[in-house]
Design a protein around this ligand. Structure first.
Ligand code: PEP
Ligand code: MG
Length: 588
């Protein structure tokens, strides 16, 4: 139990609520940092005892890996469990074990100290060799070393997959690949010390419908596994030792929220059309095929952004064309008769696949990522394009490229797509000739040159999450500058307007699939700017639909006139808020 929980008085920790909902339960603190190993000198007579401890730790580690492997094979399949075969080899690695025994006799230090030094050197040597296989072994050694040291020290190696009871997960940070592994049945909610609303971890929490808070400062060091907490994802509040009064108040709040949610769920079969008859397509964003269940419940008109890179994370190798085809087909069939917009691979930034060994970069969001990566790794790109084309034969599939910065990228990508079509034709495989292809507008250069890009595609989808970070130069993951991340900055509004005007002038439709699309204060703004489609997380879809149904197109157009001469984000936001409050106060 932590000091905070031991005092048994209620303590409130504040952060940013990024996924709505209330959860209460016991904490599991997930620590990815390496154990700090003690070092002490030993005598000659202690050596046999240290060897025995080492052997016992190796055996215990082996048993734990086998158990984990079994559990993962049962839940996600034998292929994902095969990653642990390499871990088992490390436990039996003779070179590593013999070196530990040799150094133990020579240096006469405790075995965890010796083992950490030897394993660290071994992993470093392998990681420096220009061979993907050996670099991967270095990662395995790192993982297994952690486990062995925890066993030597009698502490517990923390492993997300190893927690089998319902809990509230607290961590310093969670990578999108960690979040993608979360078991919704067990993780009641989560909180992290750092993070922001538009990080992919926060986006994923909303998709998974898991209440979540980020920016809790040092919650992961203040709390301990077993503490009792209440997590309020609406207001970004984590209450340790909630009092009876707090529990009662939250019970009441939950009842009210349930009534609102029930009313919203009645909207499922209704259309997202304004009071004066303008229809706006309202679709949902997904990360994994399993998200389709929530999309269907939400009443969304199909999928406006399928972030396919999540299918690549946490895999030992690259997914094959057939595996991808099966996933895309499953999504297209679940979305029918509506469409699904499959975004091609957007790896990099905050999403990495360990099997690809992408080099570490100082500025990964400005680096070798998304379409830049795909245009160099044409092998990987073509596999995906072929799978998407094949899925277009069985469902209403559209496709778009992420991170387009200029027309050359778009032309090269389209040429590769054409090659894939020719290959499939030659192989007698079917696909739709009329699949719409679009470009994401998420880099300022793309918005400014939208009239040029418009000649190469059939639609645009504005990725406001990145567009805002690149235009205002504010890292979307950094909680210290989150206040500068302003969707209503006049420059952002100008870029959106330029994109819409260029699209409409060329007969293209244009959507917004960034988090702005799910923010109901901004719905009047986006409608007023002429956006044709909004794609939001499934959890936000009913509220956005209610907002659209409560608005008049004329009021939204008037809003654009009213903000035309305003020069700062806060004033523009206030005008949007006033229109929203005038039309749907109950939602705010
Ligand atoms: C965006 O940038 O707005 C977007 C939708 O893409 P992602 O959030 O995956 O970067
Ligand atoms: Mg983006």
């Amino acid at each position: 139990m932590s000091k905070a929980a031991a005092s048994s008085t209620e303590i409130r920790l504040h952060g940013t609520g990024v996924s709505p909902g209330i959860a209460r339960g016991t904490v599991f603190v997930y620590r990815t940092d390496d154990a700090v190993t003690p070092s002490r000198a030993i005598g000659e007579a202690d050596i046999p005892g240290e060897i025995a401890r080492f052997e016992a730790a190796l055996l215990a580690t082996r048993a734990q890996i086998l158990e984990l492997q079994q559990r993962i094979a049962e839940s996600t399949g034998a292929k994902d469990a095969s990653i642990f075969d390499a871990h088992l080899l490390v436990v039996e690695d003779r070179t590593l074990i013999d070196e530990v025994l040799r150094r133990l006799a020579a240096d006469k230090m405790n075995v965890e100290h010796i083992f950490q030094a030897v394993a660290g050197r071994y992993a470093k040597t392998l990681s420096e060799i220009d061979d993907p296989y050996l670099r991967e072994r270095a990662l395995d050694i790192h993982d297994v070393t952690r486990r062995i040291i925890h066993n030597l020290m009698g502490t517990e190696a923390r492993d997300l997959a190893g927690v089998t009871t319902p809990h509230i997960l607290i961590a310093h940070n969670l990578a999108p690949s960690d979040t993608a592994q979360l078991n919704r049945a067990l993780v009641l909610g989560f909180g992290t010390d750092i993070g922001s609303r538009t990080s992919h971890t926060a986006i994923m929490a909303r998709s998974l419908n898991i209440p979540a808070i980020v920016g809790l400062h040092d919650a992961s060091s203040q709390l301990a596994t077993g503490d009792h907490v209440l997590l309020d994802g609406y207001n970004g509040l984590l209450v340790v030792n909630p009092s009876d009064q707090t529990l009662w108040e939250y019970g009441e709040l939950e009842i009210k929220k349930t009534v609102v949610e029930e009313k919203l769920s009645e909207l499922r079969e209704t259309a997202s059309t304004t009071r004066d008859g303008r229809h706006v397509i309202l679709s949902a964003n997904i990360e994994l095929p399993e998200d389709m269940e929530l999309v269907q419940q939400s009443g969304a008109e199909g999928v406006g952004l399928y972030r396919t890179e999540f299918f690549y994370l946490n895999k030992t190798g690259l997914p094959t064309e057939d595996e991808q085809y099966a996933a895309y087909r499953r999504v297209a069939e679940a979305a029918a008769p509506h469409s699904v917009i499959i975004r091609t691979l957007d790896l990099g930034g905050d999403k990495f696949m360990s099997a690809l060994h992408m080099p570490e970069e100082l500025n990964p969001f400005l680096g070798w990522r998304a379409i830049r990566f795909c245009l160099e790794r044409v092998d990987i790109f073509k596999t995906q394009l072929r799978a998407i084309l094949r899925a277009s034969a069985v469902g209403n599939v559209k496709m778009m490229y992420p991170m387009i910065s200029g027309v050359e990228e778009l032309r090269r990508a389209n040429l590769i797509l054409e090659e894939c079509r020719a290959e499939l034709r030659a192989e007698g495989l079917t696909f739709s000739d009329s699949m719409e292809v679009g470009a994401m507008i998420e880099i300022p250069s793309a918005a400014i040159a939208a009239d040029i890009l418009a000649k190469e595609v059939q639609f645009f989808s504005i990725g406001t999450n990145d567009l805002i970070q690149y235009s205002i130069a504010v890292d979307r993951l950094n909680e210290h500058i989150a206040h500068l991340y302003e969707p209503t900055h006049p420059a952002i509004i100008r870029l959106i307007r330029m994109t819409v005007e260029a699209a409409h002038a060329h007969g293209l439709w244009v959507g917004v699939c960034g988090e702005m699309a799910g923010d109901i204060v901004l719905t009047p703004l986006l409608l007023g700017l002429g956006i044709d489609e909004l794609s939001a997380g499934a959890g936000s879809v009913p509220r956005v639909k209610r907002a659209v149904q409560s608005l008049d197109d004329t009021a939204c157009r008037q809003l654009i006139e009213d903000i035309r001469n305003l020069d700062c984000a806060a004033d523009i936001f206030a005008k949007c808020d006033a229109v929203a409050r005038a039309h749907y106060p109950e939602l705010l």
